[in-house]
Design a protein around this ligand. Structure first.
Ligand SMILES: [Fe+2]
Ligand SMILES: [Fe+2]
Length: 287
């Protein structure tokens, strides 16, 4: 069992999003709505993570891990709240985020026929309790994604206040820091509950399909809703996003660390990035 070597802290941070302009990433509808989609996917996903891991919190033998699960749930709860607070700004911009949130809940999380509930029923059909293990495996894989996306964000040269609205960049960096901070919690819970390699990696296959599909569908939905997009600028904006995200530092960093997950002896703490968290929090009053 790998025990977390840092103490997790719940930081009750409140962001003020008043007056954030509509295209707050690169002055681009395509780039902004890519991240806007994450403002919906993250909170709903984080509520799912908490539901999945809490089912096991009482039965854990490792006392430190039990405390880490409580802190993990606290951190994710505040992430979800702050991203969801940004929906007010998106509503005022006529982007109707609640419509996409409802679609996401119905089809992916918590809805009667959602992927979450179908996975539980499907797993339990083969073996009692396998359904909950599979949702934990999906959570663990998505947590690996959030941690490596966080790492990539810190290494991406374009992620600076010239290109991204400063308050939004701080929100993203704060969230990224806590994702790196708690990256091993769900992994360690899954390891204690079921150390089977195939249970772990099957979660990653589903996580990869779900994450990019729902972010992509959300992006298309918000671009369609965006009355201020420029059709003329759009091909250039699409090219820029693909160049930056897929072929830039983010893409290179993500693909490298994604493959790490498939190593049999992988553990999230093998990626040494706690220094990114320490650097970010060193001058923050809320650290
Ligand atoms: Fe989070
Ligand atoms: Fe997380």
């Amino acid at each position: 069992m790998t025990v977390s070597n840092n103490t997790l802290k719940i930081r009750n941070v409140h962001f003020n999003f008043e007056g954030i302009k509509k295209h707050w990433v690169f002055n681009s509808s395509v780039a902004t709505n890519f991240v806007n989609s994450m403002h919906i996917v993250f909170p709903e996903g984080e509520k799912f993570f908490v539901r999945s891991v809490r089912k096991y919190s009482k039965q854990l033998k490792d006392e430190q891990l039990k405390k880490d699960v409580i802190a993990f749930c606290g951190q994710e709860g505040i992430h979800a709240r702050e991203h969801q607070n940004f929906w007010e700004i998106m509503k005022a911009q006529d982007l109707d985020p609640q419509v996409y949130a409802k679609f996401l809940k119905t089809t992916a999380f918590s809805g009667k026929y959602s992927i979450e509930n179908t996975l539980i029923k499907f797993g339990d059909f083969f073996q009692k309790g396998l359904g909950d293990k599979m949702t934990l495996s999906l959570t663990t894989a998505l947590e690996h994604y959030t941690a490596i996306m966080a790492n990539a964000l810190f290494h991406e040269p374009f992620a600076n206040t010239d290109n991204i609205e400063p308050r939004m960049l701080e929100l993203l960096h704060w969230h990224a820091s806590e994702e790196i901070e708690h990256k091993a919690v769900c992994f360690d819970v899954l390891k204690e509950v079921d150390g089977n390699y195939y249970v772990r990696v099957s979660g990653m296959v589903l996580a990869s399909i779900m994450l990019w599909s729902y972010i992509g569908m959300g992006q298309l939905y918000f671009i369609a809703k965006d009355k201020d997009k420029s059709i003329i600028k759009m091909p250039f904006e699409i090219y820029m996003l693909i160049e930056k995200v897929v072929f830039g530092e983010i893409g290179k960093n993500l693909s490298k660390h994604l493959l790490d997950y498939f190593k049999r002896d992988f553990h999230p703490n093998q990626i040494n990035d706690q220094y990114l968290v320490d650097n970010f929090f060193k001058d923050k009053t809320y650290a």
